[in-house]
Write a protein that binds this ligand. Structure first.
Ligand SMILES: [Zn+2]
Length: 283
């Protein structure tokens, strides 16, 4: 059992790290940890997580009622309560707004795919919870089936929730989600993101669940074909057969290139220039 003083220091430290690592800005996000007596230490509403002080932390009971501290818990605390309720192994929850991961949900590009071996091994896939209004019980309830089987989830056009047996573990998972999003986005910008072979992905996931553990409901599937990977991953055979909602189709974005020859403008650009010249001449 981690004493309250240490948990307070950890929430303050990891709140600052979330801000410094661009996982949240302004008054975004919230952090919480389970106290030895079963109550929950959490950030209060309306404080900047990059500059947390002791007074920004409040203690609530398992129904969300404030027990101690100044200020009020945020309405988003319902999401945290749902996580603790669904996952008795969970001792810390971080909710943040990691920008690239959120962009994936806005662009309707799933992150529940098998791209990086180490992520499949240690975290598995990251599903997206369908859109619900922020701060509502409906959103908190919609998280439940997802957090039962995943340690990190995305909420459509909103943000991420990461669970851990410690604040450090929840932070690592949150950071891993955003890092995966950055690598995947960069690969897509370079022409396309290939996915792991389905058999290898299932082998890695099964190995990871046995070696490192994970959500009890996922660990129970470690020996099943495809382990706990979604059906779309099991049916996928890598980049040769991209799933329609997978990540293999490349984006239209391109990196700038240095060339030795001046580049010829595209017909579209040429037409736009010609129009601008005509407009300038006719005035
Ligand atoms: Zn939020």
């Amino acid at each position: 059992m981690v004493p309250e003083r240490r948990l307070r220091d950890e929430l303050i430290k990891f709140g600052r790290l979330c801000y410094e690592r661009h996982l949240l800005v302004a008054m975004d996000g919230n952090l919480s940890a389970l106290l030895p007596d079963g109550s929950i230490l959490c950030t209060r509403a309306g404080c900047h997580k990059g500059f947390l002080e002791d007074d920004d932390l409040v203690v609530i009971d398992r129904s969300g009622r404030k027990l101690r501290g100044a200020g009020n818990p945020t309405s988003e605390m319902q999401m945290h309560l749902a996580c603790y309720e669904e996952r008795p192994d969970c001792r810390a929850v971080i909710h943040a707004h990691p920008p690239i991961s959120i962009a994936f949900t806005i662009a309707n590009v799933s992150m529940a795919r098998c791209v990086l071996p180490e992520v499949v091994l240690t975290l598995g896939t990251v599903p997206t919870v369908p859109y619900e209004t922020t701060g509502t019980r409906k959103l908190a309830d919609s998280l439940r089936p997802y957090v039962r089987e995943h340690d990190a989830v995305l909420m459509d056009t909103h943000g991420a929730v990461a669970l851990g047996t410690s604040v450090l573990e929840a932070f690592c998972r949150l950071e891993t989600v955003e890092h995966t999003a950055l690598i995947t986005k960069t690969a897509r910008d370079l022409g396309g993101a290939k996915e792991l072979d389905a058999k290898e992905a299932a082998h890695l996931r099964s190995m990871g669940l046995k070696r490192y553990g994970g959500p009890p409901a996922a660990v129970a599937k470690a020996d099943q074909p495809g382990a706990d990977l979604p059906a779309a991953c099991v049916g996928c055979s890598g980049c040769a057969n991209p799933h329609p909602q997978g990540i293999a189709p490349k984006s239209e974005l391109r990196m700038a290139r240095v060339t030795s020859q001046p580049m010829a403008p595209s017909p579209l650009v040429e037409a736009a220039i010609a129009q601008a010249v005509l407009r300038a001449l006719s005035t």
